[in-house]
Design a protein around this ligand. Structure first.
Ligand SMILES: Cc1cc2nc3c(=O)[nH]c(=O)nc-3n(C[C@H](O)[C@H](O)[C@H](O)COP(=O)(O)OP(=O)(O)OC[C@H]3O[C@@H](n4cnc5c(N)ncnc54)[C@H](O)[C@@H]3O)c2cc1C
Length: 437
């Protein structure tokens, strides 16, 4: 029996975390990444404690994550009048055994990429090779069709194919040819990074405004000891009633400040000057708040979806990258249990597709920002004391509910055994290559 090999379409956070996980359990993996030159693109993202735990289990140290971000300490919602609506500690301060990190997305991808090259070898990531489709073969293998950046095509054969090819996934398009187009809910996000003084705890995630118009911001670096300035990641967001035709997600669309600054005129508080924060950024990127309608399965024979390809979601829960990492780890655990087989893919699908699809739908309904909807409904955003609008128990219950659904409920996570235990790592219980199922 030949050694199993898993083909991975996409070298983003999900695809690279999958390659590292497979290497850890002794399964060969090859990543096909469409871009020819992997660069640290994007701005800030959050890694929830469940995902940070998995990165530690993959051999990354706190120092590695400290180099690309900062441990988050607080999550806070503030009304348009500048008054606190809700706040809670995050990460270690909240009692998790693992920290939450706010990191630069591109630097996280580069950290994973460097680790894959070091551990699996430089040939394990094939840049400039786009997966355009796949074929489940009758003899128990899968073929991936590849188009290279020079225009030539090739076919690669593997035991399984993981489609971690993001929002515009070619693997998903073939698996679900009748899927509806990308769904845009009416909100547009403008994203940038500005060097500025951190507020509140110095590592706070702040959602300021209403559910229809808000600014979300948080530091993604430690402050410079000399200046006190940190890299502040911000997302300015406005919901429109009209269909502006923004149904195509492009993470790389650069825009001008003047396109949206007027929406935030007058957002000045004694602790924050929003127009100044927005004006201080270098490049600014526009991205519509989009997702895809959940599908009933992520698996077709020997091909499976993972990360955004499986469940692209509104970033309201700061959970997209964390879920991609969790997918990779849970897939790995299922390989340990069932071998590198379609049976393992089915078990992974059964475990995740339904619950994660529910999170996709939940984020559409504002996710944890739903508290701001309630403030609007109950008092039009005008209040002196939030307790008169939403009692503390109700606010706490809303947040607990969300965290349970998204998989980072505190007690449950702290008690949970490792997704992949030490004796399953490094191929110590090498997964069989059998083609069961
Ligand atoms: C350039 C970029 C910038 C981003 N910036 C942000 C950000 O600032 N904030 C945020 O919250 N989220 C951002 N995201 C999305 C975020 O990374 C994901 O939501 C999350 O990390 C899940 O990761 P993923 O690996 O599933 O998808 P992605 O991170 O999207 O990775 C998918 C990878 O697959 C590659 N790919 C696509 N199609 C194919 C194909 N057919 N064959 C082979 N390779 C393919 C892509 O080039 C990409 O490297 C960005 C994504 C990208 C690609």
């Amino acid at each position: 029996m030949s050694e199993p090999v898993v083909l991975i379409a996409g070298g983003g956070i999900g695809g690279l975390a999958t390659a590292l996980t497979l290497h850890q359990i002794g399964v060969r993996a090859v990543v096909f990444e469409a871009v020819s030159d992997l660069r640290p693109l994007g701005v800030g993202i959050n890694l929830q404690p469940n995902a940070v735990r998995e990165l530690f289990d993959l051999g990354f140290a706190e120092a590695d994550l400290d180099a690309i971000g900062i441990q988050a300490r607080e999550w806070a919602l503030v009304g348009l009048n500048g008054n606190d609506v809700y706040s809670e500690p995050r990460g270690i301060d909240a009692g998790y055994k693992w920290p939450q990190y706010s990191v630069h997305r591109g630097q996280l991808q580069m950290m994973l990429y460097a680790a894959v090259r070091k551990r699996l070898g430089p040939e394990a990531v094939r840049l400039g090779e786009r997966v355009t489709g796949y074929r489940n073969r009758a003899d128990g293998a899968v073929e991936a069709e590849i188009t290279k950046s020079d225009g030539t095509t090739a076919t690669e054969t593997g035991t399984l194919l993981i489609g971690a090819d993001g929002l515009h996934s070619a693997v998903r398009a073939q698996m679900h040819p009748d899927q509806p187009p990308i769904q845009w809910g009416g909100a547009v996000m403008w994203r940038g990074v500005t060097m500025a003084k951190p507020v509140r705890t110095g590592a706070s995630f702040v959602g300021l405004g209403s559910h229809r118009q808000r600014l979300v911001f948080y530091p993604i670096s430690q402050p410079d000891p000399a200046t006190g300035l940190a890299a502040i990641n911000w997302i300015a967001e406005v919901t429109f009633d009209t269909d502006g035709g923004r149904s195509k997600g492009d993470w790389n669309k650069r825009v001008e400040l003047s396109d949206f600054l007027h929406h935030f005129e007058g957002w000045t508080y004694d602790w924050l000057d929003v127009p100044a924060l927005l004006s201080g950024a270098g490049d600014i990127w526009e991205y519509p708040m989009i997702d895809r309608e959940p599908i009933d399965t992520w698996v077709d024979g020997r091909a499976a979806l993972l990360g955004d390809a499986a469940h692209v979601m509104y970033p309201t829960g700061s959970n997209g990258a964390s879920q991609a990492i969790m997918d990779a780890r849970i897939l790995g655990r299922n390989f340990v249990a069932n071998g590198v087989t379609p049976t393992a893919l089915s078990a992974y699908d059964a475990e995740l597709c339904g619950p994660v699809s529910a999170v996709v739908l939940r984020n559409r309904g504002a996710g944890p920002f739903s508290i701001l909807n309630l403030v609007d409904e109950r008092c039009g955003g005008e209040f002196d004391n939030i307790d008169d609008v939403i009692p503390p128990q109700e606010r706490a219950a809303l947040m607990a509910d969300y965290k349970a659904a998204a998989g980072f409920a505190l007690e449950k996570l702290n008690r949970a055994p490792p997704t992949i235990s030490v004796d399953q790592m490094e191929g110590r219980s090498k997964a069989p290559a059998s083609s069961a199922g």
